[in-house]
Design a protein around this ligand. Structure first.
Ligand SMILES: C[S@@+](CC[C@H](N)C(=O)[O-])C[C@H]1O[C@@H](n2cnc3c(N)ncnc32)[C@H](O)[C@@H]1O
Length: 206
């Protein structure tokens, strides 16, 4: 994982907190996108707040790749998957989201990247990988925090978000108190993105 030393780990007690679960049901949120038998990639899965509801939705006939570069997050997800007899469904992987070569091309129905891009530097490498693994009919949910610092290369500013979305086929998008989100698809293709780094629309083909 050469490209991740400065990427941001989020304390697991925050991403896995009970308060979060009380405020919003993770299953309700992902049930709009995930169906029985689907193959899902949860990129930047953290402690599995959404991984487990998605694994229940896809069922034993589906699969959820749970990917994070934080070893404690991945170990925790693998352990809980075993305890909950979901280890045949969840494949927990310690990896950068920009280096998911273990996921075959065009094999994923739904990519979930909630709060990921704004924690990492390699936005374009990750979006390229998402495009590679998504099936023709596949969809990806992307979200970033609304709180960003312009000087921080991990940040996705409002401007970068708008310019990035302009490159994709956006099915729906919106914003809440804390996040900006979009559901994108491969309809009409996937943009050509730089091999790695931030998204600079000037160097992308639309
Ligand atoms: C804001 S948290 C969101 C966690 C989870 N998606 C959720 O909503 O509960 C961002 C996650 O991205 C992970 N992350 C940061 N950089 C990463 C990278 N390069 N590759 C994979 N995961 C990364 C962090 O370790 C953290 O778990």
């Amino acid at each position: 994982m050469a490209s991740v030393p400065d990427d941001r780990k989020i304390p697991l007690f925050i991403t896995g907190s009970v308060v979060r679960r009380v405020l919003s049901s993770p299953k309700k949120m992902v049930s709009k996108y995930v169906n029985e038998g689907d193959v899902v990639a949860d990129l930047g899965c953290g402690p599995g707040f959404f991984t487990f509801p998605m694994a229940e939705l896809v069922g034993q006939g589906g699969k959820v790749y749970a990917v994070d570069f934080d070893p404690r997050a991945v170990e925790g997800v693998a352990r809980k998957a075993k305890d909950r007899k979901l280890d045949g469904v969840i494949e927990a992987r310690l990896s950068s989201a920009s280096e998911i070569d273990f996921i075959p091309d065009a094999s994923v129905d739904f990519v979930f990247a909630h709060g990921l891009l704004c924690c990492m530097k390699d936005h374009s490498g990750t979006l390229r990988q998402i495009g590679r693994v998504l099936s023709k009919e596949g969809k990806a949910y992307l979200s970033v925090t609304r709180f960003s610092r312009k000087q921080d290369p991990r940040s996705v500013t409002a401007d970068e978000w708008e310019k990035t979305l302009a490159l994709f086929h956006v099915i729906r998008s919106g914003q809440g108190l804390f996040i900006r989100w979009a559901l994108v698809s491969k309809d009409g293709g996937w943009p050509e993105l730089p091999a790695s780094g931030g998204i600079s629309p000037a160097c992308c083909c639309t």
